[in-house]
Design a protein around this ligand. Structure first.
Ligand code: SAM
Ligand code: SF4
Length: 321
């Protein structure tokens, strides 16, 4: 459906849980509170909402979290989402740790693609970021498994100051055929207090290793990444630099939190409490109108350059990234 600025909004990110088996320092600091189980939507509630979103023209649904795979039944949820009339693609963003357990079920459920988050391949640095050991090795295993199952994989890495020396090693995944996307650190949640690595500097560093890296008009999935190719890399490298290269005019997405709160923009807290409508006995038509109004009023652009003007105060793990 169109918002009031004429953007076609057809992509919904659904966070099915705020819980996670990692504690990435920009996302979910140790000791942060958890949402009570009864406040999290059931899969049935998510599916009812998905049907209403699909009827409004939403076509791509991404399952995220927290860590989506710590919630039991995630693969069955993917299967059910794929069957909702109007839904064309269902993808997932995960830290990858549980893919060795659930990868086959997800592939069998029809998952159309998986983005695996990995900020560096250096074990000690990754442990300092995520709070866990052996993450890189487990992700590597997960990448191989998902590729062998025929599910398209991309690697997503947040650009942090301390991982600057590691980006070429991580980009080697692209030499092995897996697209790697570098995400600019956003001042959401704990991201406000950390130092990111400038995407332009990162690109310059990658060009020292692959001098022919050049922009290429590739479309992978439904996101805003700008891609670059090199003869030395069999897959592209992407940049999702929402802060320094604003792409709000082409934004196509809204977010649904695990508590059923519809968030039209990452930067602002204003949205629609769909859980209250669902649990208040409202009809599909009434919920549809609430979604339509919230999406129509999606803000024109973020204000990450001026964090004081942001009204979003939640952690990224509660929003879904
Ligand atoms: N647990 C899953 C994962 O890590 O992929 C899904 C949820 S996580 C919140 C989704 C994505 O948001 C991850 O790629 C993570 O790196 C990214 N992210 C979290 N906080 C961020 C921040 N402040 N700025 C940029 N990206 C962030
Ligand atoms: Fe968990 Fe993903 Fe957040 Fe890391 S980025 S703490 S894996 S939700």
């Amino acid at each position: 459906m169109l918002d009031k600025y004429g953007r076609n909004i057809d992509y919904l990110r659904i966070s099915i849980t705020d819980r996670c088996n990692l504690r990435c320092k920009y996302c979910m600091p140790d000791g942060c509170g958890k949402v009570a189980h009864e406040d999290v939507l059931s899969y049935e509630e998510f599916l009812r909402l998905a049907g209403i979103f699909a009827a409004l023209g939403f076509r791509h649904f991404r399952v995220t979290g927290g860590e989506p795979l710590v919630r039991e039944g995630a693969a069955d949820f993917v299967r059910a989402l794929k069957r909702v009339p109007g839904v064309e693609k269902v993808t997932m963003t995960t830290n990858g740790l549980l893919l060795t357990k659930y990868g086959p079920a997800l592939a069998e459920a029809g998952l159309d693609g998986v983005n695996i988050s990995l900020d560096t391949t250096r074990p000690e640095r990754l442990e300092a970021i995520t709070g866990a050991r052996d993450v890189a090795a487990r992700v590597d295993e997960a990448v191989a498994l998902m590729r062998s199952l025929g599910v398209p994989v991309k690697i997503n890495a947040v650009l942090l100051r301390e991982t600057a020396p590691d980006i070429c090693a991580l980009a080697e995944y692209a030499a092995a055929g897996v697209p790697v996307r570098f995400i600019e650190l956003m001042p959401v949640g704990e991201g406000r207090y950390l130092s990111g690595y400038d995407p332009d500097e990162a690109l310059a560093a990658l060009r020292r290793r692959w001098p022919d890296l050049h922009p290429e008009d590739v479309k992978l999935g439904f996101g805003p990444a700008a891609y670059y190719k090199s003869a030395g890399l069999s897959a592209p490298i992407g940049f999702i630099d929402a802060v320094s290269h604003r792409f709000c005019s082409g934004c196509n997405r809204v977010r649904l939190t695990s508590q059923g709160y519809l968030k039209p923009c990452l930067c602002f807290d204003e949205g629609a409490d769909l859980r209250a409508l669902l649990r208040g006995g409202r009809t599909d038509g009434e919920i549809r109108e609430a979604i339509r109004a919230a999406v129509r009023n999606k803000p024109r652009q973020h204000c990450f350059e001026n964090p004081a003007a942001m009204t979003e105060r939640h952690l990224m793990s509660q929003i879904g990234g």
